[in-house]
Ligand binder design. Structure first.
Ligand code: FPP
Length: 245
């Protein structure tokens, strides 16, 4: 898949990452530099996300996972948290229209308990409306934490073991993977983090075991198609060995 979606000459269309994950960092600093509120930075970040989703689709990327709100982000001022949820609502509400017929399926991973009720129902609506779509899967991580994901999967495994749905020998890497919020989604091939921070911040810890990492100083609201292409070109130069020789 992918070579027929307007691939760029400098990139090898046959070696596209199947799954890209992005930590969209730097919205606050972008806003501060301009004397704007942090929320304006998130708004611009949301606008850029739409452009990057379109470009991922154009490039033939099959899965794009973005970190929109971490389990730790609750410690931000209430006003900022509310603004973020408002932006997510707007994004989900407008997504189908704004994607202008591009086949994008939207999925949300993370802990939905604690999220505003209207956001949860909007998530359910968009997921249901787009579940049949095959093109690009946009996976939005909301109230997500990698450690929480693994803990939750362990609890589900334990429950399945206690209830006889799985035997002791059935507890494997695959059976744990199947109980993560990302069940059924292949692991990311490339993780991009913007804004110069070089850490995982509790994002997809299990899933990124063999992921190629790409860090850029560019702040998320300044991230453009060419930055995405640079990250993919970097990925294409890497030799992935998955622990082998
Ligand atoms: C990190 O930047 C970014 C976030 C915590 C939120 C990311 C959200 C968006 C890009 C927009 C909303 C999402 C959707 C799906 C519509 P930061 O605020 O930590 O920036 P800083 O490190 O410069 O302060």
């Amino acid at each position: 898949m992918g070579s027929n979606r307007g691939s760029k000459t400098e990139l090898n269309p046959e070696a596209m990452p199947r799954h890209i994950a992005i930590i969209m960092d730097g919205n606050g600093r972008w806003a501060k530099k301009r004397g704007l509120s942090r929320s304006m930075g998130h708004r611009e970040g949301s606008r850029i996300l739409k452009k990057i989703v379109e470009e991922c689709y154009n490039l033939g990327i099959r899965y794009l996972t973005v970190f929109a709100f971490s389990c730790e982000n609750w410690s931000r001022p209430r006003e900022e948290v509310d603004q973020l949820f408002k932006l997510m609502m707007e994004y989900l509400k407008n997504s189908e229209k704004e994607l202008r017929g591009k086949p994008v399926r939207i999925r949300v991973i993370g802990d939905r308990s604690g999220l505003p009720e209207e956001l949860v129902s909007e998530i359910c609506r968009v997921e249901k409306n787009t579940e049949h779509i095959e093109g690009l899967d946009l996976i939005i991580a909301i109230n997500y934490g990698g450690r929480q994901d693994i803990l939750n999967a362990c609890r589900t495994l334990l429950d399945d073991y206690k209830n006889g749905r799985i035997s002791e020998s059935g507890i494997t890497l695959d059976s744990l993977s199947d109980r993560l919020w990302t069940a059924g989604i292949p692991d990311p091939d490339l993780l991009i983090r913007t804004s110069g921070e070089i850490r995982f911040s509790n994002f997809l810890l299990w899933q990124c075991a063999y992921c190629e990492l790409y860090f850029t100083d560019t702040l998320w609201p300044d991230f453009r198609k060419k930055h995405l292409h640079d990250a993919i070109a970097h990925y294409q130069r890497r030799e992935r060995r998955f622990g082998g020789l």
